[in-house]
Design a protein around this ligand. Structure first.
Ligand code: SF4
Length: 257
């Protein structure tokens, strides 16, 4: 069965066989939550089918929690969607994230007419990055990923410094989180396990900090102390007081750690 291309047919124009979830047109309002796909055979790729089914569930649960979710089948679409939601001249902060780099989002943001706090640009100093972290707390839009998201829509993150989780909770007017479907887990406990066995070891290596998990591949908490320890704050976002302040852009790919 074919799911039709959102660029060739409008909303409601798709052929809609029984048992196939409705695919909402690319132009569907970002703020309402949507599953955004291009031409795709729903049953030729089991992984994508599972991603889409999981995403539909998560989007519903995010809505219950006063957050917005959308699903994009690949990074290219996700980057386009995210950029389209950032107004000209906006002050845009970035959280530490491999996802936003490897997806091409940071490169795309650099081409926009915005005030980007570009912590990844060549030659930036540690002091400048720290100042961007502080300025980002009052940005118009803050962009990052999430270490994990549960099927119930809880966002689970662990920070070393804390600016990223602080921005997610309060400060920036709008928060956009780009999350590869490899970060979907069943429970908060699974999310923490994912952080300790996948995100923290790989992130330690990415930021060139020697931690027990970067050597062994799993957490050895009693032997991990600052300043190298990159797990200092564990934050579970259960809901948002401001409607649609937080948008989660789920991407049907493996992205980041
Ligand atoms: S507490 Fe230390 S060893 Fe454990 S996951 Fe975090 S950085 Fe790694």
């Amino acid at each position: 069965m074919k799911i039709n291309c959102c660029h060739t047919k409008g909303v409601g124009e798709q052929d809609q066989p029984h048992g196939v979830s409705k695919i909402i047109d690319h132009k569907t309002s970002f703020s309402k939550g949507a599953v955004i796909m291009e031409t795709k055979d729903a049953f030729s790729n089991p992984k994508e089918t599972i991603y889409k089914n999981q995403a539909e569930q998560i989007i519903k649960n995010l809505k219950r929690r006063n957050m917005t979710g959308i699903y994009c089948e690949n990074s290219e679409i996700a980057v386009r969607e995210i950029c389209a939601k950032i107004p000209d001249g906006a002050l845009v902060g970035l959280g530490g994230s491999e996802t936003i780099i490897e997806s091409g989002l940071v490169d795309a943001l650099r081409k926009m007419n915005i005030r980007l706090l570009d912590r990844y640009k060549d030659g930036v100093t540690r002091d400048e990055v720290n100042e961007m972290r502080r300025t980002g707390l009052l940005s118009d839009v803050f962009i990052a990923s999430s270490n994990a998201i549960t099927a119930d829509g809880q966002l689970v993150n662990q920070d070393g410094i804390g600016n990223r989780v602080a921005c997610m909770i309060f400060g920036p007017k709008r928060v956009i989180l780009m999350v590869g479907m490899n970060k979907v887990v069943s429970t908060v406990e699974d999310a923490v396990a994912r952080i300790k066995t996948t995100a923290a070891p790989l992130d330690s290596i990415r930021v060139n900090v020697e931690t027990p998990c970067s050597r062994f591949g799993f957490c050895k908490d009693p032997h991990c102390t600052p300043p190298n320890r990159i797990c200092s704050q564990l934050v579970v976002i259960e809901s948002s007081m401001s409607p649609d302040r937080i948008t989660v852009v789920l991407v049907g790919e493996e992205l980041g750690y």
